[in-house]
Design a protein around this ligand. Structure first.
Ligand code: CMC
Length: 387
């Protein structure tokens, strides 16, 4: 044991230095490049946050216009990539398809890529930021049997995504600005969160010098699980199962039972031992969006609010400092926008791509080493093969 520090789940091991995101879990603080998440969600927009995470500073007006223009120029995916979708069953989970098609981007951008060249790395980031909404919307269109929609570059990032999701080639599609703004805010709130499981996966995969699109596919795979990004889908499934406010106590008891694997989805966080600041903004956005749509009495929202209230007063949750996290309210907003539940984690992946690629870029911009954790061997001692 003396040779290594044994730290299962990396609860107290820093694997890298980073200048991108700061979290103070005890006080519920999240800063991107020094800027509080609440201010970014209120005053900025997703593409500006992408620029900030990638470059370290907010853009000037000219830099922003140039960045938005560059991203617009990369929104289409190679026509041949659309063939990949046809190999999947129509009822495949969209995260399974995303792992495949994002990984497949590496087949289109590999041979001339030099990851030691900062400009090449920058172009990888532009491609990913621009193409993720296109690929995400293609997953949805494929599942419902509608034609893929090409991106429309005069629209904002959020508007373009909604049009590719819900528009069809046979009719004009009016994007509701309230929903586009809500979409943009969801993207911002998920943009980065330092060394979470998926970002650490991207950094570790990247540390071997692997193709960045393949590294991002690894991040998507890590994000999929219900303990991480899959929680937003799991929250809605849980609210459906609860069904009525009168059933909440039964689910709270299940979550507290040490012999029952059930957990309150959207509750708890490895780092936050206080309110997740993203959850506060998300709850406010949820109230605003549902109010503007005239569906503030949505039964699932009522169940979620009551569940939150009961859990926050329950000794089990208080003692363990378990608070709602970013995923608790995001699903209700996404559902109100019309996004199907199995697409929720895809939206998370789309938003988090900028965090992943910024960390990948930071890794390759500084002196680095391949990641190689050690283990505590607990298996058999040396023994001879039977004669
Ligand atoms: N419901 C009931 N009990 C819980 C929950 C929960 N959601 N979360 C933690 N606990 C209990 C856990 O059973 C343990 O109790 P005890 O000390 O008696 O054994 C204690 O709280 C500490 O839990 P832990 O599993 O050691 O904490 P962790 O830091 O390893 O896990 C977590 C963090 C997020 C995986 C966990 O809280 C969880 O499973 N939450 C539900 C899933 C979820 O909402 N995930 C999204 C996280 S935020 C977005 C993201 O990162 O993608």
């Amino acid at each position: 044991k003396g040779l290594f520090t044994y730290d299962p789940g990396f609860v107290s091991t820093a694997a890298c230095e980073s200048k991108i995101t700061y979290i103070d879990g005890a006080n519920g603080i999240l800063l991107h490049r020094g800027y509080p998440i609440e201010q970014l969600a209120e005053k900025s927009d997703y593409l500006e946050v992408c620029y900030l995470l990638l470059n370290g500073e907010l853009p000037t007006a000219d830099e922003k216009a140039k960045f938005v223009d560059t991203i617009s120029n990369h929104t289409m995916v190679h026509e041949q990539l659309s063939q990949f979708f046809k190999g999947f069953r129509r009822d495949a989970h969209p995260m399974a398809i995303m792992c495949g098609v994002v990984g497949a981007l590496s087949a289109f951008y590999h041979d001339s890529l030099d990851i030691n060249n900062p400009h090449h790395r920058e172009v990888c980031a532009y491609r990913l930021i621009a193409k993720m909404p296109t690929l995400a919307a293609m997953c949805y269109k494929y599942s419902i049997g509608q034609p893929f929609m090409y991106p429309q570059n005069n629209l904002s990032y959020g508007e373009n995504f909604l049009r590719m999701m819900f528009g069809t080639p046979c009719a004009d599609y009016e994007v509701n600005p309230v929903l586009a703004r809500a979409m943009d805010r969801i993207f911002i709130l998920h943009a980065d969160h330092e060394q979470n499981a998926s970002t650490s996966t991207v950094r570790l995969a990247g540390s071997s010098g692997a193709n960045p699109f393949a590294c991002i596919a690894a991040g998507i795979a890590a994000l999929w699980g219900p303990a991480h990004g899959g929680a937003n889908e799991a929250v809605l499934t849980m609210l459906d199962e609860i069904g009525d406010e009168s059933n909440i106590p039964e689910f709270i008891e299940k979550a507290k039972d040490p012999n029952d694997p059930f957990r309150l989805m959207g509750f708890g966080h490895r780092v936050y031992r206080n309110f997740d600041p993203r959850a506060k903004v998300m709850k406010k956005t949820c109230d605003e969006v549902l109010g503007l749509l005239g569906i503030e009495n949505d039964p699932q929202l009522q169940i979620a609010k009551r569940l939150e209230q009961i859990a926050l007063e329950d000794e089990y949750f208080v003692q363990r400092k378990l608070y709602p996290n970013v995923d608790f309210y995001s699903g209700i907003i996404l559902k109100a926008i019309g996004i199907p539940t199995n697409m929720f984690t895809v939206i998370f992946a789309l938003s988090r791509t900028i965090g992943w690629i910024s960390h990948w870029n930071e890794f390759h911009s500084s002196p680095n080493k391949i990641g190689r954790p050690r283990q505590l061997y607990t298996g058999e001692q040396k023994r001879d093969y039977p004669a």
